[in-house]
Design a protein around this ligand. Structure first.
Ligand SMILES: *Cc1c(COP(=O)(O)O)cnc(C)c1O
Length: 402
């Protein structure tokens, strides 16, 4: 909280003589100076392409790039660093998996792909496209008004026709922490392939992919203090070996003739073209930074802020919380009886309080909960008491204009 704020230069940015209150960390987190420096240092001192030329700087770039991969693998406890594929982000990771599962003929007409009603669009649309390509059916596990998954419904929807189960670890719209182990056990019972969207979880839950036992786990660097344009797809080695490549090009091949090519081993098989080298190095720096923090106490302090926000909002007449999951992380969504979420967002913005309003890329969830959208305050490890006070004051003041 206050101890780590000095690491994030942007947090001292002023707006009308006050610090900006940044409560939009679920959209993207701010970056600590060490991440910004790691990226500049690469461009200033050893900018080169990786894996290719035989010169000093290329060697350093390759070492830093592969060092990041290994560090990220250790951080999520993958068995092998070759199970860590660099992507542009969560969206690209899910698209990659959906595409190659289709190419590998893992689905036929009549098979079912199961997701949930609370998924981010990036964990819906790629599966719709795969269903359309293969004749498979896409089904969604229902969400209760509490913002939690209906596990009775899950037990029916997940069945012997389920080939793929894809779901979010933590909801970006409501903050719900899903019962990952229960869902994975249901999928395992039917031998379904499991894909977890960990975009909101990577920073807040310590992810241990071996303990989870999922087949694929995707996340984005920019939601865990790293840069945009870089993300991770974790995949079990046996699957990465078995599945066909995604994009073709340089880096992913072993030998090419005009007629045919042989491919590299994972992860390179899935990394065609020059990768986002600076992004990977920046993400490695973000992981090192996170490892240097007292995560347990920071997470506890963040939980306290979330609770304080919830109880503060409950005391304001005319405010309704959207979703009250028992197990919640970092996000509070609400609506104001008298106003559209966008208007509330604008009134907060005028007071220097940054929140997100709208459907949060979860239109089916908004439909299921029967709301047009929400105002979402989302926290991170650098959020503090002042952020909560200014949010609550800001909402009170906004109400006087509505
Ligand atoms: C942000 C987010 C995504 C998409 O991540 P990108 O970085 O935009 O690819 C997917 N799922 C959830 C839950 C998210 O919060």
């Amino acid at each position: 909280m206050n101890s780590i704020r000095a690491d994030f230069p942007i947090l001292s940015r002023q707006f009308r003589d006050q610090e900006i209150v940044y409560l939009d960390s679920a959209a993207t987190t701010q970056k600590p100076q060490v991440v910004i420096d790691a990226i500049s240092h690469y461009y200033e001192h050893y900018n080169s392409n990786v894996h290719r030329a035989a010169h000093v700087m290329a060697g350093e770039a390759t070492e830093a790039f592969e060092g990041s991969r290994a560090a990220i693998g250790r951080w999520i406890n993958s068995e092998l660093s070759s199970e860590i594929v660099f992507t542009r982000g969560t969206t690209e990771g899910i698209n990659l998996v959906a595409q190659v599962l289709g190419d590998a003929n893992k689905l036929r007409a009549g098979d079912e792909i199961v997701i949930t009603e609370m998924e981010h669009h990036s964990n819906i649309v790629p599966w719709q496209m795969l269903a359309q390509r293969t004749g498979a059916t896409l089904r969604g596990i229902k969400v209760k008004l509490s913002g939690e998954l209906d596990l009775d419904d899950a037990a029916e929807v997940i069945n012997e026709r389920t080939r793929i189960l894809a779901f979010g670890h933590v909801s970006n719209a409501l903050g719900t922490v899903n019962p990952v182990e229960d869902l994975l056990a249901m999928a395992a019972h039917y031998g379904a392939i499991t894909v977890i969207d960990g975009a909101q979880a990577a920073l807040h839950q310590m992810v241990d992919v071996q303990a989870l036992g999922c087949d694929f786990y995707c996340f984005s660097g920019h939601k865990m203090f790293g840069p945009t344009g870089i993300g991770i797809l974790y995949g079990k080695q046996v699957l990465l070996e078995e599945l066909p490549p995604w994009q073709g090009g340089g880096e992913m091949i072993e030998r090419v003739t005009l007629q045919a090519s042989t491919y590299q081993k994972p992860p390179y098989k899935f990394e065609a073209g020059t990768p986002n080298i600076a992004g990977a190095i920046g993400l490695g720096a973000a992981v090192a930074y996170i490892e240097s923090l007292e995560l347990a106490s920071l997470n506890a302090a963040e939980d306290a802020l979330v609770k304080k926000t919830i109880s503060g909002l409950k005391q304001i007449p005319g405010i309704q919380l959207v979703g009250e999951p028992a197990n919640r992380s970092s996000v509070v969504s609400f609506i104001v009886d008298a106003a559209h979420p966008h208007d509330v967002g604008t009134l907060l913005d005028q007071q220097g309080v940054a929140v997100r309003t709208g459907h949060h890329c979860t239109m089916p969830l908004m439909d299921a909960l029967d709301v047009p959208g929400t105002v979402r305050a989302s926290f991170s490890l650098y959020s503090n008491d002042d952020d909560v006070t200014r949010l609550l004051d800001g909402v009170q003041k906004a109400l006087t204009f509505l």
